[in-house]
Write a protein that binds this ligand. Structure first.
Ligand code: NAD
Ligand code: MG
Length: 397
């Protein structure tokens, strides 16, 4: 571009019907809608009514439901619009491979891995919300991004914050990164109280409004565990350079500590649209209608060390990083099974970490990933073992 109006960005949103997906569409509206963005493809899962509505509103070329059983419903909802329709795993890959320069990766869980990888391989710039890509397949995923030649822009608020304050020319002087954690709804609960919590209480996050799974992962701090591993791959940090501090107000979104004792932080109201807007506008900084921080009203910021006895997920993340190989993929696969069992009421809150650690110990010998097939095989095996343990626990209860 020479001058005048900024270049129109062609974008695909993987997971447009979720929390990040709908926030992304709001940011796009704020940044000029169809004048600023052209939507190549949108994908969802069971919620085809919303997906169809989004596709019509944005003028998307292609709408994909991951749920093959919903194909006919999506087709009917978009009949006569000229919008193409596809479904299932192949449909997701087709969406990821469309010639969009930008892809928002906002599918939840390991389901996002294959399509996001397909987008990375063809060189798309990726706004990455799906942290599971980096947890399960970190080295391979980063290598695929580099080989494709696209940019990787973190959307996770902590990593987006670090990206904003990590000065590239002073990278050698970075001593540590400090991930902030709200502490979730059970920050002040006792172990005994935590034993009996249900999904309904665990999903009620004090500061952030997010999807169901990540909200519960925040309550158990498994979300922060995944984020430690995510940070290792995004910023090339050693595990001992990654710290976690509980900061209940969620105003400081994360920090970078330098060799002169300086600590740089990014602050803001807890609203994912700031991180989404930053990623989708990079390298420019967009104008967004989000709440501004009022420091007088805020008056104080609190910090406390995380309690790894009540939140063992943090210890498990460190263990996975120390053990190396595909232990992080094992952690993630086992955790996803345990999380689903907790949501269904088949497993206790604290048992999610117990199941995950048992599976990690059972699969301690897995080597580093030779390729994506190995990652999917290990993920599948971790899930199989986790399911067996969950069934055993449910039968014993
Ligand atoms: P969500 O549950 O609200 O939405 C998930 C999206 O993925 C939906 O569009 C859904 O249709 C789709 N989906 C679900 N299962 C699928 C499957 N099996 N195959 C294909 N698509 C499927 O989740 P979310 O909160 O928006 O989170 C999305 C990702 O972003 C997660 O990886 C999460 O960890 C990460 N993230 C979210 C937030 C947040 O504020 N919500 C913050 C940081 C990171
Ligand atoms: Mg986060």
């Amino acid at each position: 571009m020479t001058s005048g109006a900024p270049e129109k960005r062609r974008l695909t949103i993987l997971g447009s019907t979720g929390s990040i997906g709908t926030n992304t569409l709001d940011v796009i509206r704020q940044l000029g809608g169809r004048d600023a963005f052209e939507i190549a493809a949108l994908t969802g899962n069971g919620n085809v009514a919303l997906l169809a509505e989004q596709a019509k509103a944005t003028g998307a070329e292609l709408a994909v439901t991951a749920d093959e059983g919903q194909y006919e419903n999506l087709k009917a909802a978009l009949a006569g619009t000229g919008i193409e329709v596809a479904a299932g795993r192949n449909g997701l890959i087709e969406a990821a491979q469309r010639d969009a320069g930008w892809v928002m990766a906002a599918i939840v869980g390991t389901a996002g891995l294959a399509p996001t990888l397909a987008a990375a391989r063809r060189g798309a710039d990726i706004a990455l919300a799906n942290k599971e890509c980096l947890v399960s397949a970190g080295d391979l995923f980063v290598a695929a991004v580099h080989a494709g030649g696209g940019k990787l822009l973190p959307v996770d608020s902590e990593h987006n914050a670090i990206y904003q304050v990590l000065e590239e020319h002073q990278r050698h002087a970075v001593e540590r990164i400090i991930l902030t954690a709200s502490g979730g709804p059970f920050r002040q609960s006792t172990l005994t109280e935590m034993r009996d919590v249900t999904a309904a209480t665990a999903r009620a996050h004090p500061n952030w409004s997010m999807g169901l799974k990540i909200s519960i992962d925040s309550a158990s701090m498994f979300n922060k565990a995944l984020e430690m591993i995510e940070a290792k791959h995004l910023f090339g940090m050693r595990p001992d350079q990654i710290e976690v501090i509980v900061h209940p107000q969620s105003v400081i979104h994360s920090m970078v500590g330098y060799s002169d004792g300086s600590v740089l932080a990014q602050l803001g109201c807890p609203d994912m649209r700031t991180a989404i807007g930053y990623a989708l506008s990079h390298p420019a900084r967009p104008a967004l209608n989000v709440e501004r921080l009022d420091f007088a009203k805020l008056s104080r910021l609190d910090f406390e060390a995380p309690d790894e006895e009540r939140f063992p997920a943090l210890r498990l993340a460190r263990l996975a990083m120390e053990r190396g190989g595909m232990q992080s993929a094992v952690l993630n696969g086992a955790k996803e099974v345990a999380l689903e069992a907790f949501i269904d009421g088949r497993l206790g809150f604290l048992q999610m970490a117990e199941v995950t650690e048992t599976v990690m110990d059972a699969m301690i010998a897995v080597p580093a990933a030779s390729g994506m097939d190995a990652v999917f095989a290990v993920d599948g095996e971790a899930r199989r073992i986790a399911k067996t343990i969950v069934e055993h626990e449910a039968a014993a209860a």
